[in-house]
Design a protein around this ligand. Structure first.
Ligand code: NAD
Length: 486
């Protein structure tokens, strides 16, 4: 069992749930009620060593398991995830706080990665070319590399691990996952289902913990590569540390996403898209809209539409019917978001809607931040430049698309950006020049599906091969080139 009678979760090593005897415990809290849901081990180097040793020991047999057999585990896992979809969504809502339609959607996006990884027999095929010279042929084969470490954030704790480990494992590698210490419990259920689907012991292992655990994983000589998602500050540290150790690394970081609205866009459609993008999951999405740039006459109507939409949102416990926006993840995060709002006010941005004193009847210990809207935000202000990761919209004006693009160019982040327009030419110009990796055209949350790469540019991403899609297959395999003459 992943959790004992006292709610204490364990590491998962070589197919067993093991509670380390030493080290601290990290409590997991329901962010709406403040109730403790359980605790996970704060694992140290010895625990990491055990998990990596298990993954290393499992690698030779797993690699030799025919790829179609490996893929079949993922077909069975997909069926189990479908069967447990509702249950996973409810567990996730309790642990993370977002509403059940959002957690259901997250589980769905995770399942789509499992489906895609099940296509590994075709995904990892190589190429062949005859007669590269007289009587000489050349072929490539993709081979797994060994043990990968996967380190993930709190905001999509079911989906983000599934951006990585199914591809790594289906390609013949073994994995040690270090989930977020803030909401790791639901993914433990996914790991149990993977075992039920037939994943052999040691192929997927889980160690809980924080910084020290991550550092031990990155430094471990038997770890071949590292996939990381989290804040840009940590992504950079992980990228550098893993790079210095000579490892493959992909490190996805934070975001500050702009939404540019041209005067020819439909204001009602834009307001709905902006409100859903900024306030969905209480703004705790790396694709959440953050700065809304109204070009010319677009500004006034969308300002009104966004204020109307934001004021009609129901804030409450995500498990309750009809709730649009849940709490933020923790008291510390609430303080951080509120500090950004304080700073925005001090910097002279105009606060049109203030979520700082949000209360939800019946939930005095919840970490509530209500929808917050600023205007006159500039790229120089922290509220207009830094990632807030909360339900805060910053509105601003630009005279032309050109001026809006200049504003975008000042952003240190390059995760996502959207344009709203009826002009194909303007949309093309935007796509061509934005310098941003995930682009929405009349779409508020430009989320690539499993078969496409997910990841940003600038400080939002360190590495070259992104999550999901063909990049995932390339990241988790090495192309060996064979040149033969007979
Ligand atoms: P975080 O950076 O605090 O933590 C991410 C992971 O790193 C966790 O597992 C954590 O335990 C570990 N960690 C924390 N500090 C560390 C350190 N000093 N050294 C090594 N490891 C450390 O991020 P978070 O608060 O859990 O998640 C939110 C962040 O993730 C936001 O910035 C968000 O934009 C980003 N995110 C990005 C994407 C993307 O696709 N680019 C997707 C989801 C989330």
């Amino acid at each position: 069992m992943a959790t004992d009678a006292h709610g204490l979760s364990a590491n998962y090593v070589a197919g067993q749930w093991v509670v380390p005897e030493t080290g601290g415990r990290l409590a997991i809290e329901d962010p709406a009620t403040g109730e403790t849901l359980g605790a996970v081990p704060d694992s140290g180097r010895t625990d990491v060593d055990r998990a990596v040793a298990a993954a290393r020991a499992a690698f030779p047999d797993w690699r030799r398991t025919p790829v179609a057999e490996r893929a079949r585990v993922f077909f069975r896992l997909k069926a189990l995830l479908d069967e447990h979809h509702d249950d996973l969504a409810v567990r996730l809502s309790r642990e993370h706080g977002k509403n059940v339609p959002e957690t259901w959607g997250e589980v769905q996006r995770g399942i789509e990665n499992v489906e895609h990884a099940a296509g590994m027999p075709t995904l990892m095929m190589g190429d062949t070319l005859e007669d590269i010279a007289r009587g000489v042929d050349c072929e490539t084969v993709r081979q797994p590399l060994g043990v990968f470490a996967v380190i993930t954030p709190y905001n999509f704790p079911v989906m983000i691990p599934l951006w990585f480990w199914p591809y790594a494992v289906a390609a013949g590698n073994t994995v040690v996952l270090k989930p977020s210490e803030q909401d790791p419990l639901t993914h433990q259920r996914v790991v149990e289902l993977a075992a039920q689907a037939g994943l052999p012991p040691g192929v997927l292992n889980v160690v809980h913990g924080r910084r020290e655990t991550v550092e031990a994983l990155i430094d471990h000589p038997d770890v071949s590569g590292v996939s990381f998602v989290g804040s840009s500050r940590v992504a950079r540290i992980v990228y550098q540390r893993a790079g210095m150790a000579g490892k493959r690394v992909q490190a996805l970081g934070g975001a500050k996403n702009h939404m540019i609205v041209l005067p020819d866009a439909d204001p009602a459609m834009v307001a709905d898209a902006v409100v859903a993008s900024v306030f969905g999951s209480a703004g705790q999405r790396c694709l959440a809209g953050s700065v809304v740039v109204g070009v010319g006459d677009a500004y006034e109507p969308i300002r009104e539409g966004i204020l109307d939409g934001a004021s009609s949102l129901k804030v409450g416990r995500g498990l309750e019917e009809g709730v649009d926006m849940g709490p933020v993840i923790s008291g510390a995060h609430k303080d951080r978001v509120n500090a950004f709002i304080d700073e925005g006010e001090r910097d002279g941005a105009r606060l049109l809607m203030d979520g700082r004193r949000m209360e939800v009847p019946g939930y005095p210990r919840g970490h509530w931040v209500g929808p917050t809207v600023f205007e006159e935000v500039t790229p120089e202000m922290p509220i207009g430049r830094e990632e807030v990761f909360g339900p805060v919209a910053g509105l601003t004006r630009a005279p032309t698309l050109e001026a809006a693009l200049e504003m975008l160019a000042k952003s240190p982040y390059g995760n996502a950006a959207s344009i709203f327009t009826r002009s194909g030419r303007a949309a093309r110009e935007f796509r061509y020049r934005a310098g941003i990796s995930m682009i929405g055209v009349n779409i508020g949350v430009a989320a690539p599906m499993a078969f496409f790469p997910f990841g940003g540019a600038r400080n939002s991403f360190y590495g070259d091969l992104k999550a999901q899609g063909r990049d995932a297959v390339s990241f988790f395999t090495d192309q060996r080139v064979v040149i033969s003459r007979w």
